[in-house]
Design a protein around this ligand. Structure first.
Ligand SMILES: [Zn+2]
Length: 267
């Protein structure tokens, strides 16, 4: 699949399982790469072998197996001590650089000499974190294009706060989600907000991409602010639609978010 190149990084998606993306992060002139959420080791190993790259480290957003299942095999494959980052509050084996969000706001990738900001994102799981590097956001299962992760461990308020934190990032921030869920999310978004012109246009764009098996990810914070109902719980259109669906009168954005998530869970 196609790589995204910025001035500082080259980011390549590897498709895994049914709809996961494992992200490879490379730097010009450097044969070492980092990998985000390698649920499946083999697709990463095949890519590294083909491209003759070395693995410098692994970054984990949260403990779910489809994000962590390849760690042990990649460590054995690398045959040397590589950096393994992840939240220290979750049960993830093999972390040698555990991140405590209480005391750490950033890490430094040793092979890249690159600062990476750590964003606590409780909701999908309680210890979920996001990684922001050079304007590129890796947000695991918190924010999807047109949607958000399910609330397995956190409360609606936690997830809403996490999503609002992401929504406040610079508009041009590119967003690398861990799943290709976009079309299904947009079907739901269009049910909630059928007359949103940006949403209608974005749906057309994504239908076109998927018909050619092109990834809809990365998306951007600017796009998601305009089309993602879970970032728009303050919008009158979203509130009205949710209240009509549930025959309620919620006005608080967190209440609206909780109902919206419930609606999507049963969609
Ligand atoms: Zn997950």
């Amino acid at each position: 699949m196609q790589a995204i190149e910025s001035s500082k990084l080259k980011i390549t998606p590897l498709a895994a399982f049914n709809d996961n993306y494992i992200w490879i992060i490379a730097q010009a002139g450097n044969q070492s790469v980092y990998v985000i959420d390698p649920g499946d080791a083999q697709v990463v190993i095949d890519y590294l072998d083909t491209e003759q790259l070395q693995l410098a480290g692994i970054l984990i957003t949260h403990h779910h197996h489809d994000h962590t299942g390849g760690i042990a095999k990649l460590l054995a494959y690398a045959g040397q001590q590589i950096e393994v980052y992840g939240p220290d509050s979750e049960n993830i084996t093999h972390l040698n650089n555990p991140i405590s969000t209480n005391i750490q706001s950033h890490i430094k990738l040793k092979q890249f000499k690159l600062r990476v900001d750590i964003i606590p994102l409780p909701g999908h799981t309680l210890g979920h974190i996001g990684y922001l590097m050079a304007g590129e956001l890796f947000c695991g299962d918190t924010l999807f294009s047109g949607g958000c992760g399910r609330l397995f461990e956190g409360t609606p308020m936690q997830m809403h706060d996490s999503l609002m934190t992401l929504s406040r990032l610079p508009a041009e921030t590119r967003v690398y989600c861990a799943h290709e869920y976009t079309l299904a999310n947009l079907d739901f978004a269009l049910s909630v907000e059928p007359t949103n012109p940006e949403l209608i246009q974005y749906h057309e764009l994504c239908l076109n991409k998927r018909s050619k098996q092109v990834a809809t990810i990365p998306t951007s914070i600017a796009t998601e602010r305009n089309i993602n109902p879970f970032l728009r719980c303050n919008a009158d259109t979203i509130k009205a639609s949710v209240n009509q669906h549930f025959m309620q009168n919620a006005s608080d954005p967190v209440d609206t978010f909780a109902l919206l998530r419930q609606w999507k869970d049963n969609f």
